[in-house]
Design a protein around this ligand. Structure first.
Ligand code: BDR
Ligand code: CA
Length: 332
């Protein structure tokens, strides 16, 4: 059984990741730790509570995290992708009757970073940390507990891109662009840290017809994912990565990070000393040294070489795992 803390900025694809993690029989979802990103941290925390309520999960903790990046000036939220509420303008969804065991009681006094450190110390070598928003909370947790990379089992990150064009600039993906300093600090250490970036998430597109299968066979959870994804798929089909494909489809980025945990063989990983460019025209770009040459400068020297990014994926397998897990095993 994988003990998971999901660090998230819900977010429509974040909701997909939460549904997948909650339903998977091999995952024990301990907590959602929240961060700014798609929306403010107040909204992402509210959304996290709401999503857990809708999905029928009353035992998952929530710890509120960072509202701004470590160093840079905060950027604007992704309302044009996720809606003003972060959930495709579906908050609150009055058609959903929430259970009496609503998760609001699970909001922790600890900050996200303190919560992560506490659980990592409590369950050494057992926690899989999956981060699907800006990496601010994880960098803060590392600052509080320098042994965090040894205490957790693995760190799986949705973010960045190596060869695929970026989604917020030609070079950068949104989560890394939102706090490049945080990611770069993480990459110094040997976690191992596996990056699920646009190189693979733009290959795992979920079509409207697959989302309709979730709506029809996935109970309250599937119906919620269908409704929240209307706004998101409109964006993807008109101006995002699906715009020239002729198919109504969208990336399920954050759910692909959960897929790596349960279907690692569906991914191919390339490792090497890695940096994220912190500022300037290339801010947010992930640069992995895949050459193995002698470097002319120190920028990549002295960095862990075991971290890396997934470059290829068996998209069919990931989509199948996502759909069947929710249809067969969802709580609500
Ligand atoms: C990432 O950015 C956010 O908008 C999504 O939730 C995902 O985590 C994709 O670039
Ligand atoms: Ca996200």
């Amino acid at each position: 059984m994988h003990k998971v803390i999901l660090d998230t900025d819900p977010g429509i694809d974040d909701a997909m990741a939460i549904a997948y993690a909650l339903a998977h029989p091999e995952i024990e979802l301990l907590a959602l730790t929240t961060v700014f990103g798609n929306v403010s941290v107040d909204k992402s925390t509210r959304n996290a509570q709401y999503i857990l309520d809708v999905f029928g999960a009353s035992t998952v903790d929530i710890a509120k995290g960072a509202g701004v990046p470590l160093v840079q000036t905060p950027l604007s939220y992704a309302e044009f992708v996720h809606g003003g509420d972060g959930l495709g303008d579906c908050y609150p969804d009055t058609s959903v009757v929430l259970s009496a065991t609503a998760s609001h009681a699970q909001l922790q006094d600890l900050s996200a970073a303190d919560y992560i450190v506490e659980k990592a110390r409590l369950y050494p070598g057992q926690i899989s940390l999956i981060a699907v928003g800006p990496l601010t909370n994880i960098a803060q947790a590392l600052e509080k507990e320098p042994d965090l990379p040894k205490l957790v089992k693995q760190l799986i990150v949705m973010g960045g891109t190596v060869d695929e064009p970026g989604n917020v600039t030609p070079l950068a993906e949104a989560n890394f662009f939102n706090d490049p300093h945080a990611v770069d600090r993480l990459l110094v250490h040997d976690w191992p840290m596996v990056i699920i970036g646009l190189d693979v998430t733009h290959k795992v597109m979920i079509t409207d017809s697959l989302l309709a299968k979730l709506r029809d066979g996935g109970g309250v959870t599937g119906d919620f994912l269908w409704r929240t994804s209307r706004f998101y798929i409109d964006f993807y089909s008109s101006s995002g990565a699906a715009k020239d494909t002729g198919v109504r489809q969208c990336a399920m980025h954050d759910a692909a990070a959960v897929a790596y945990l349960v279907e690692p063989d569906a991914f191919s990983l390339e490792t090497g000393a890695s940096r994220v460019i912190e500022s300037g025209i290339a801010a947010g770009q992930l640069a992995i040294d895949r050459r193995g040459y002698r470097n002319a400068t120190d920028h990549w020297n002295g960095r862990a070489t075991t971290n890396g990014a997934c470059m290829e994926v068996d998209a069919e397998r990931v989509l199948q795992s996502f759909l069947s897990t929710i249809i067969d095993h969802r709580l609500n």
